[in-house]
Each structure stands twice: as structure tokens, then as C-alpha cells.
Design a protein around this ligand. Structure first.
Ligand code: AMP
Ligand code: MG
Length: 487
């Protein structure tokens, strides 16, 4: 295991030069202090988890110190925001500090979010507040623990620096890790500014570093696009299966690696609601829960447009056509597993849809329903769960189909089926109200709650002694928290 000064850098993106990013130094936070660190994320850098408690850790990730080998850069990109094209965006408050490679040979981008103004800050102050930094930290690590591809978070550093939002808050930084910070919007930027040479350089960079296996294919760029389509279809299927709502699926927030990226007003569903809008500023529901599926394809078609210099329009269209069937296959596969099924039958899709409709009509808790379904033998579980449904007759009819389906499924024992179900149905999920409790405590200087919540969510499928309060439906005040984009 390594100490902090033993990290090894290889800054491949910085080497692309000034057309792609600008050198900017982080602006330090006042009185930086550790709020929370993720031992699992530290392991990705081979870091000894004990170093998180040392003063130099808060100084490094609070913008006071830099490794000699770091090359902090603000990246330029653009993107479609809520469907309209914004010609220039970029890292307005985050910096790519450098790329660290670990003993396994993986490269990890170190991205410091909340590091101050950059040439891309537009009217913004370049800062992030404690509230939004905690939310990003908890979400990235919780998604990863659920098996959903995501950027990771090493730590949150708090401070006494005042930052103005609707009211005065405190500045914070979150250190984000990802194998790449390249977004769909990077390709759009060089396409729409008509810089073909740089665009070719970017495409070659992504192909070489992130999709090397596609280089063996007859049409490497097409193979790469296909892989991006597949990864997005799978990621969004997982979001849907676990009730995750991203909230700001602008193309500048979509990663070319198909990982969940850039967390703002995201939410996990409490009650199942296909029409749920987690972003208070999303008046038309463009990014509502169920709309995330077609928006995934919309975003991929925006990327496809930017790839037309490399791939024929016909091939792009054909590849885009794979998105929905791939999405559906992944989604159904996951939902079958959540229901405890190991085999496939033609009517499974209908079984899932019928259940979701019943849940929607009765406002049934999405996470707890599946967990409880695997708590007991199927026939017993459904009799207990029926009380949650207003339409009892409707639920009974569904339950009859379900128990018959389970009986036909396979020949493992009830106990084996229940163990399989618990391994895919989390007991703990990052509910908005749980995040809010942790934030309220942290804002008054008590970081124990955010640390405990992070720990509970790092093992979401495992029942943890004394943690029953994290596996509850929200109290009334926590049901409809309004989360805005202001972060
Ligand atoms: P987001 O909605 O967080 O994805 O941000 C959209 C764009 O606004 C990105 O280019 C961000 O870097 C920029 N941005 C967001 N908040 C700030 C801020 N406080 N200061 C400067 N730029 C910001
Ligand atoms: Mg963003």
C-alpha cells in the first residue's frame, strides 16, 4: 500500500495540449477538513486508508498542495442541455489534477470538483457546496456497491469558505475518480467548432486508451460507437431496475465509458412512480424516470452526429437501432433476477409490467417490495405484501401468476432462491431523506452520520446489525424533497 507521496502519474489527457484543456491551479479552501473518505475508492489508488486522517490529505484535496507530477487542467467541452445546444461548456468548477496508475495498471483520473474558477466558469463562482459534494460522494459509491457503473469518489473535504447559493453555505471539494472524464460533449465541441484535426486526435485518444480491443475490428470507430451504445443501454437498464433517476442527462453529463456521471438533483425512487421528476427545475419532465430510457438514445444520437466524420450515417443509424433491444434485454434480465427467476418465459415482460402498474397505483416502496418478496417462501411473502396494495384483487391475480411462475422456474430450494434474491435486491438505498439527514448533521460540523450512511450503503445487500433505521420508507417530511440544480 502506498503513502500519499507515492502516487505515480501519467497525464495522458494533459499531453493532448491546450486545444483540449487549460492549465489552472486549484483555489484552496479555508480550513480544509476531512468530511468522509471511501476506503474502497482509496484502494483503487493503492492508498493506505489510514492516510485519509492525516492533515496532508485534507490539504491535497482541499486545493492547498499539489504533487509535483500533477498537471491541473480544466477541460473544454460543449453539449446539449435540456435538448438545446450550448456551444461552449467545460470544467467550470472542476479540475483534472492528473492521471494516476495503480499496481494493476489501471489509470484513474483525479478530478477535484469545487476547485475554483476556470476560463469555463461563465457566471459561476467555481465552487461546490458541502451539500452537493456529499450527495455526489454518497451516490457514486452507493451506485458502485449496487453494481451500477459509476464514477467513484475518494473523499469530501469541507471548509469554512463561504459560498452563496440561495443562502450562504460552505464550500467543499469532492475528489472524483474515473478511468476517463471524456464526455459525449467533448466530441460535440470539436465537431461543432469545426476542428477536424483535434476531433480526430480526440477520437484516436479514446480508441487507443479506452477501447483498444476495437482497434482490431475492420471499422474501429464503428466498433467503439457500438460499445458505447451497449454500455449506455446496460447502464440505463440498471438505473431503471434499481429506481435511479439521474435528473440532468445533458450530453455534457454523459460519459464515453458508459458510467453514471455528474451528479446533481438525482434520486432513488421511494414509492414506485414511472413519471417521477427528481429535478425541481425540469418543468417538462424531460428527464423523468421513465423518459431516461428514450433520452439515453437521444443522447447517443447526438454523439452519433458528432461522429459522422468517422462513420457512415447508415452504420451509425443501424448501431443506434441496437440501443432499445439491448436495453430491454438487460432490463428484463435484471428484473427476472429481482423476482427470483432463473429461466426466461415469453410472458415475463408482462409479469413485470403488471407488477409495476400495481405498485404505481398504490405508491408501493420500490426497494422494500423486492427485498420482502425474497424474505420468505413466495406464497407467504405475497400474502404479507398484499396489504400494501389498494387493489387487492389485482395484486392477488398477479400473485397467483407469480407463484405459479416461481414453481415452474427451476429446481433449486426455496432457501436458495431467497439467497439469490437477497443478493440482487438491496435492503439499503440512498433515499433522499437519508442523504438530507447526513447533510444537516454535516452542515453543523457532525460528520458521523455521513460516514455511517456511506458505510451502510457500501454493503447494500447485506443486513447490518443495528442499522434498521436505514431500511425504512421516508417520513412525511422526506417524501418530496425539492432538489434543484443549484449545487
Ligand atoms: P452541471 O449542471 O453541474 O453539469 O454543470 C453545467 C456546467 O456549468 C458545467 O460546465 C459546469 O462546470 C458549470 N458550472 C456548474 N456550477 C458552476 C459553478 N458554481 N461555477 C462555475 N461553473 C459551474
Ligand atoms: Mg456537468
Amino acid at each position: 500500500m502506498k503513502a500519499l507521496d507515492e502516487l505515480t502519474f501519467d497525464n495522458r489527457f494533459a499531453r493532448l495540449g491546450d486545444a483540449f484543456s487549460t492549465h489552472v491551479l486549484p483555489e484552496p479552501l479555508d480550513e480544509p477538513r476531512l468530511v468522509v473518505a471511501s476506503p474502497a475508492a482509496m484502494a483503487l489508488l493503492d492508498l493506505d486508508p489510514a492516510v485519509a486522517e492525516t492533515p496532508v490529505f485534507a490539504e491535497l484535496f482541499g486545493g492547498h498542495k499539489l504533487w509535483a507530477e500533477a498537471e491541473p487542467r480544466a477541460m473544454v467541452y460543449s453539449g446539449h442541455q435540456f435538448g438545446g445546444y450550448t456551444p461552449q461548456l467545460g470544467d467550470g468548477r472542476g479540475l483534472l489534477l492528473g492521471e494516476v496508475y495503480n499496481a494493476a495498471g489501471e489509470h484513474w483520473d483525479l478530478h477535484l470538483k469545487g476547485a475554483g474558477q476556470t476560463p469555463y466558469s461563465r457566471m459561476g463562482d467555481g465552487r461546490a457546496v458541502l451539500r452537493s459534494s456529499i450527495r455526489e460522494f454518497l451516490a457514486s459509491e452507493a451506485l458502485h456497491a449496487l453494481g451500477i457503473p459509476s464514477s467513484r469518489a475518494l473523499c469530501v473535504i469541507g471548509s469554512s469558505t463561504p459560498v452563496w447559493r440561495e443562502k450562504q453555505e460552505r464550500g467543499a471539494m469532492v475528489l472524483r475518480l474515473a478511468n476517463s472524464h471524456i464526455r459525449f460533449g467533448h466530441f460535440e465541441y470539436f465537431y461543432y467548432t469545426k476542428k477536424p484535426e483535434q476531433q480526430a486526435e480526440l477520437a484516436e485518444h479514446v480508441l487507443k486508451l479506452h477501447y483498444p480491443e476495437c482497434r482490431e475490428q475492420p471499422e474501429p470507430y464503428l466498433a467503439m460507437f457500438r460499445e458505447i451504445v451497449e454500455r449506455n443501454a446496460e447502464m440505463i437498464a440498471k438505473w431503471q431496475a434499481y429506481g435511479f433517476c439521474h435528473g440532468v442527462m445533458n450530453t455534457d453529463n454523459m460519459s464515453i465509458l458508459g458510467i453514471t456521471f455528474d451528479f446533481g438533483p438525482f434520486a432513488f425512487l421511494d414509492d414506485f412512480d414511472a413519471h417521477f421528476i427528481c429535478n425541481h427545475s425540469d418543468h417538462d419532465g424531460r428527464y423523468s424516470f421513465s423518459n431516461q430510457v428514450p433520452i439515453g438514445q437521444w443522447n447517443l444520437s447526438a454523439l452519433a452526429q458528432a461522429l459522422t466524420p468517422f462513420i457512415s450515417v447508415d452504420a451509425l443509424k443501424e448501431t443506434l437501432g441496437l440501443y432499445l433491444p439491448l436495453y430491454q434485454a438487460h432490463y428484463l434480465d435484471l428484473m427476472r433476477r429481482r423476482l427470483g427467476l432463473t429461466t426466461a418465459e415469453d410472458d415475463d415482460q408482462k409479469l413485470v409490467e403488471r407488477l409495476l402498474k400495481l405498485m404505481q397505483n398504490s405508491g408501493v416502496d420500490y426497494t422494500l417490495f423486492f427485498r420482502r418478496l425474497g424474505d420468505e417462501p413466495a406464497a407467504l411473502a405475497v400474502t404479507r405484501l398484499r396489504d400494501d396494495f389498494v387493489d387487492r384483487a389485482g395484486f392477488d391475480a398477479w400473485a397467483e401468476l407469480y407463484t405459479a411462475r416461481i414453481a415452474r422456474d427451476g429446481d433449486d430450494t426455496e432457501a436458495q432462491r431467497r439467497a439469490r434474491m437477497h443478493a440482487v435486491n438491496p435492503l439499503y438505498i440512498l433515499r433522499n431523506y437519508l442523504a438530507q439527514n447526513a447533510i444537516t448533521a454535516a452542515e453543523s460540523g457532525d460528520y458521523s452520520e455521513v460516514r455511517r450512511l456511506h458505510e451502510v450503503l457500501s454493503k447494500p445487500f447485506e443486513e447490518q446489525a443495528g442499522m434498521g433505521q436505514y431500511a425504512q420508507r421516508p417520513p412525511d417530511w422526506g417524501k418530496h424533497l425539492e432538489i434543484s440544480c443549484s449545487s
